[in-house]
Design a protein around this ligand. Structure first.
Ligand code: LLP
Length: 421
């Protein structure tokens, strides 16, 4: 039976571990569903990416949206990462994690005036504009605050990242960035604005990209703009490649950071400026697993269902993108295999973790690990069906910490009040 393992999540004597801790022990102690993260994984991935680009001046901004637990943010901050925050809420978390606003970038296609104001007041390293209207608004707000806004413009290079349509962002049909044809003029106009200091050019062409060619194509396009701007006297301090580096969920064979570096460095060197990256998934996805317990087995003659205690509200990716995550036993048994759907308790047919999956026959009460859940897992969790969001645990060698406890029923209400008599 095919199973997912790496240096951090591995089997020893038929039991799945995260680093030095048995996942059955953690599930027993903290209950399920339970997110478990490996600190070691996060650190090693960061170093691998960082080292691959050591030849050039660069900085990695961890995309907080992929995993916003403040401990996870802190791990990357401690390693020297800047932080890519997509909203005031992510900024709030990043600050709580100990992040330094001057090493944060504010991204997002629909920032509100309040968010722009916050970004300026808190002196973030830069704000990224995704439309000309936004450039105008940033200039206006900066003027009112008596500040000069450090601004990067996100260009949509119209390149096919060959990924799921919901997570492709660099095509002209996608809502992101200013399209290539208009970008040059946008930069020129922005450069004349009194309260803007143009600092960079930016792209982010999609997520879970598994080949280097879309990056090469997009970087080449943006590099052209970069030099055209330079010829006009607009010198930029940085060139931001965005995130999107793909990982293995199933049988993908994604490029390594070294391979990406090899393909891009010749062009990047010519730019002679700081190169920025915003990886999220690459750093976090395979450093997390969602542990869930089997509640029931049932068959209807046509199909077998394994009903587990994790649902689409805990991990939305299968329901939303038909995403594949390995689902494997925490304790390997010898009951044989069958084809089953792994489904959650939420009252939606779309609530599933795995479909038509060949998997071991598991008894009620058995524990399953849903792998590659460290990115876009907990951050996309909701309280749908009145479900409390799972706990998050961080493992560090033989030690482990509750990075966030399971929500209580009080959390579900927050300060909702009964106003109807
Ligand atoms: N920078 C920007 C501007 C982004 O929009 C994103 C992700 C990233 C960086 C980080 O991308 P990454 O390296 O993680 O691919 N929920 C989807 C993924 C959505 C990605 C959104 N933007 C999923 O579960 O697959």
């Amino acid at each position: 039976m095919d199973r997912f393992e790496n240096d951090s999540f591995y089997y020893k004597e038929n039991k799945l571990y995260c680093e030095g801790v048995g996942l059955d022990y953690l599930a027993e102690k903290y209950g399920t569903p339970l997110y478990v993260y490996s600190r070691h994984f996060f650190e090693e991935r960061f170093k691998e990416f960082n080292n691959a680009f050591s030849e050039i001046e660069h900085k990695i901004f961890f995309a907080v949206k992929s995993n916003f637990n403040i401990n996870v943010i802190k791990i990357f901050h401690n390693l020297g990462a800047g932080l890519d925050v997509n909203s005031a809420g992510e900024f709030y978390r990043a600050v709580k994690a100990g992040g330094n606003p001057q090493e944060m970038i504010l991204t997002g296609v629909g920032k509100t005036a309040e968010e722009i104001q916050l970004g300026l007041k808190e002196n973030l390293m830069l704000i990224k504009a995704e439309s000309f209207d936004e450039v105008l608004l940033i200039n206006e707000i900066a003027g009112k605050l008596g500040k000069v806004a450090p601004l990067a413009i996100r260009v949509n290079p119209d390149v096919d990242a060959e990924t799921h349509p919901y997570i492709s962002t660099g095509l002209s049909e996608n809502k992101f960035g200013i399209n290539s044809a208009d970008a040059f003029d946008a930069f020129k106009e922005a450069s004349k604005m009194k309260d803007i200091r143009l600092t960079g050019i930016d792209m982010h062409i999609g997520s879970q990209i598994t080949s280097v060619s879309p990056y090469v194509e997009a970087v080449d396009k943006l590099a052209e703009d970069f030099f055209k701007l330079k010829a006009e006297g607009i010198e930029l301090e940085h060139f931001d490649i965005g995130g999107g580096m793909g990982i293995r969920y199933k049988d993908e064979e994604p490029f390594t950071p070294k391979e990406l570096a090899k393909a891009l460095i010749p062009t990047l060197k010519k730019l002679n400026c700081q190169i920025m990256f915003e990886p999220g998934r690459f750093l976090t996805a395979n450093g997390g697993a969602l542990i869930t317990k089997v509640l029931y087995n049932k068959s209807n003659g046509k199909k077998h269902f394994v009903v587990v205690d994790a649902a689409m509200n805990d991990l939305l990716r299968p329901s939303l993108y038909k995403a594949y995550h390995y689902v494997q036993p925490v304790i390997i048994g010898d009951a044989g295999t069958h084809i089953a759907d792994v489904v959650g308790p939420v009252c939606e047919s779309g609530d599933y973790i795995a479909k038509q999956r060949e998997m071991p026959i598991v008894e009620n009460g058995a524990l399953l690990a849903v792998m590659s859940a460290g990115a876009y897992g907990m951050v996309m969790a909701s309280n749908y069906n009145g479900r409390r969001r799972p706990a998050e645990l961080l493992v560090n060698g033989e030690k482990f910490y509750v990075a966030r406890p399971r929500e209580t029923y009080e959390h579900l209400l927050y300060d909702e009040k009964l106003v109807i008599k």
